[in-house]
Design a protein around this ligand. Structure first.
Ligand code: ZN
Ligand code: ZN
Ligand code: ZN
Length: 321
């Protein structure tokens, strides 16, 4: 029983870390206008750093982002990975497919067109300048495909004497030294991710609301989501967030430009102002990257403007002190 309980606790801690890392990923991708991610296995990037801060793997983080729909994976390549450590750079060696010996020599069969000789290129003699000489006529081979031609390549095991055309390839991991062949190799796809900016914008909006609510709650306010207020005409109206402490009460709106479009960003702020006009309740608008020229606003509205989500949250905390 205790075992099950502690496992659940571990899982909860993990899920919380994953959720926090995902939040940071959403903010980073959205604010930096990223439209595509290419992941190089074994190389650090901003996403492995975010994941690392929360003690999770980049793969787990990106997988979660795919589940949430704002990253779409596309197979970019397929690579061999070290089955022990996941590294992708190796020293390659040939081995005998029969006895496994690494004492394997390459034999390139060639024909010297000028004299008709057929033999093994690797065992032909060389002159002082390094030119390969024909063992029969002793002249330099000359130009390939004109004076001489390659007929084929075979390998010969010096251990068991077997001749074969395709050797086994052994890979030695340059990171951990593990030696393996294609049977043990981890072979998998690597992905490029295209960013769905529209789904990402929704996720960013959720993170912004959540962070704003947390900041307000940390100052002793009760935060109600989807709360009701009474409008000037006496009707009930839903507002996204209502903060309350004693007799103090205010509606909270969050605004951010969903697209990199100054006109639309301006519209979003104006819309937020517009929504405040049918009530006397105090309103607090927390705006990220909102256009600065919108200084004229209704009197019962206060605006906090940040250059980034973190900047807006910091200013919000200062204001609520
Ligand atoms: Zn052999
Ligand atoms: Zn010759
Ligand atoms: Zn390795």
């Amino acid at each position: 029983m205790a075992g099950t309980g502690s496992l659940r606790h571990d899982e909860m801690v993990y899920l919380k870390s994953l959720a926090n890392a995902l939040q940071e990923l959403v903010v980073s991708l959205f604010e930096e206008g990223v439209s595509e991610i290419l992941v190089n296995p074994g190389e650090d990037d901003p996403y492995s750093k975010i994941a690392g801060r929360y003690g999770i793997s980049r793969e787990a983080l990106l997988e979660e982002a795919v589940k949430r729909g704002f990253l779409k994976p596309v197979v970019a390549d397929r690579l061999v990975f070290c089955p022990k450590c996941g590294n992708t750079s190796f020293k390659a060696r040939y081995a005998c497919p029969s006895c496994g010996s690494r004492d394997v020599e390459k034999n390139t069969l060639f024909s010297h067109v000028m004299c008709g000789y057929i033999g093994v290129l690797e065992s032909a003699p060389k002159d002082a300048r390094g030119n390969t000489l024909c063992p029969k006529c002793s002249r330099p081979l000359g130009t390939q495909d004109k004076d001489w031609v390659k007929i084929g390549v075979t390998y010969r095991c010096k251990g068991c004497g077997l001749t074969f055309s395709v050797p086994s390839t052994l890979l030695e991991c340059t990171s951990c030294g593990n030696v393996f062949d294609h049977r043990e190799a981890t072979y998998k796809e690597i992905y490029r991710y295209s960013v769905d900016r529209s789904i990402l914008a929704n996720a960013y909006g959720q993170v912004l609301s959540k962070r704003v609510a947390e900041a307000i709650a940390s100052k002793g306010y009760k935060v109600h989501f989807n709360a009701e207020i009474i409008t000037l005409s006496g009707l009930k109206k839903k507002v996204p967030m209502l903060a309350e402490k004693g007799s103090e009460k205010f509606v909270v709106e969050t605004v951010f430009p969903r697209e990199d479009d100054a006109v639309k960003a301006r519209e979003e702020v104006l819309n937020a102002y517009g929504r405040t006009l049918d009530s006397n309740e105090k309103h607090l608008i927390v705006a990220v990257k909102a256009p600065a020229e919108l200084s004229r606003k209704p009197e019962h509205v206060e605006t906090i403007r940040g250059d980034s989500l973190e900047d807006a949250i910091r200013k919000l905390r200062e204001k609520l002190k």
